[in-house]
Design a protein around this ligand. Structure first.
Ligand code: SIN
Length: 336
């Protein structure tokens, strides 16, 4: 396990980008951990953590201020652009992003694929509003900056830091609606942890990320529409039809089990193929891979491997934006 003392480094400059979320929210009482409003900004979050100034020189930018279920492709593209611009500045040593936890994993994985730098990028948030007893946001933010100034955070892609865990953006997912230890990597080891005044790195990501991906947003102004259809007993074809009629360029099927295609889903895949729409088999099951199978050749579908449906959507959007066909997307799902 690689470790380093939690050495403050005033030579380092970390830029914190605010996107919104519960970390900037408050409720009407300290015991209320639901029904809260996004009342604050990045500045009010920072005011709760004056100790950040003892770790590094801090710069800030409020990139957006929304609950993360309102993060759309325009916000994603703008955030990625600002991250790349800040990291291109030789005076900036790393980025920390405060973000709502609901879709944090999607934003983090998007950045993991499109950031063009080895400098640390750490995404954090909070499960409890800032007004709550034992609010977790301030310590999560402090720990995120501690990770961002650590040499072990360089060249490992985008990291997610919450509740003293350090995970790769590729693998981490939200596993609980309210617990502070909601973020877990279910199919691979977490990259590290914080404890005893130290950041402890224990593993490195194996898949390609950041500078080693083929994705480059410089010429990309918009992302194609990709939608997720959920699999369940007695499901029909109408959600596939609706997605196709609404202009989806890709459909992610959050299938049962190992990406099983029901008769309705097979019909959906055939309808998609006739219109040149990509159809990806992911799974509604929390852990394990969706393996390539004979149906992929029959219905021209793509297996999502160990990416969950929401991350399969992110990769499919980027693949389509870069002109990938089914075969190139299959390769992307194996590489990223
Ligand atoms: C959100 O995702 O913006 C709300 C929930 C949270 O941040 O925990």
């Amino acid at each position: 396990m690689r470790s380093s003392a939690n050495t403050p480094n005033m030579a380092r400059r970390i830029v914190i980008l605010g996107v919104g979320g519960t970390i900037a929210a408050s409720a009407s009482s300290a015991t209320k951990t639901h029904d809260y409003e996004l009342t604050g900004t990045l500045d009010t979050v920072l005011a709760q953590v004056p100790q950040l100034g003892e770790l590094a020189r801090i710069g800030t930018e409020q990139v957006a201020n929304v609950a993360s279920h309102e993060v759309d492709n325009a916000v994603l593209l703008h955030l990625a652009k600002r991250v790349n611009e800040h990291l291109a500045d030789p005076a900036v040593d790393g980025i920390v992003i405060t973000h709502g936890t609901d879709t944090l994993e999607e934003t983090a994985y998007f950045l993991h694929l499109v950031v063009k730098s080895d400098k640390p990028v750490v995404v954090t948030g909070a499960m409890r509003p800032s007004s709550a007893l034992s609010a977790d946001g301030p310590l999560n933010l402090y720990n995120a900056v501690r990770v961002a100034i650590h040499d072990g955070a360089r060249g490992v892609g985008v990291l997610v830091v919450l509740d003293e865990r350090v995970a790769s953006a590729r693998d981490v997912t939200k596993t609980h609606t309210s617990a502070t230890d909601a973020f877990r990597a279910l199919d691979s080891p977490e990259l590290g942890a914080l404890g005893g005044g130290k950041v402890l790195f224990a593993a490195s990501p194996l898949r390609k990320h950041t500078r080693d991906t083929c994705f480059d947003l410089q010429a990309i102004q918009t992302l194609p529409q990709v939608d997720i259809v959920y699999g369940y007993q007695n499901g029909g074809t109408f959600f596939f039809k609706a997605a196709i009629e609404a202009g989806s360029r890709g459909i992610i099927f959050a299938a049962t089990g190992n990406g099983s295609l029901s008769e309705a889903a097979k019909a959906g895949a055939l309808m998609a193929r006739e219109r040149g729409i990509v159809f990806v088999r992911a799974s509604r099951v929390a852990a394990g891979a969706v393996c390539e199978c004979a149906d992929d050749a029959r219905y021209d579908t793509v297996a999502a491997g160990t990416l969950n449906p929401q991350k399969a959507r992110v990769l499919t959007m980027l693949g389509l934006a870069h002109g990938m066909d089914t075969s190139a997307l299959r390769h992307a799902f194996e590489s990223y």
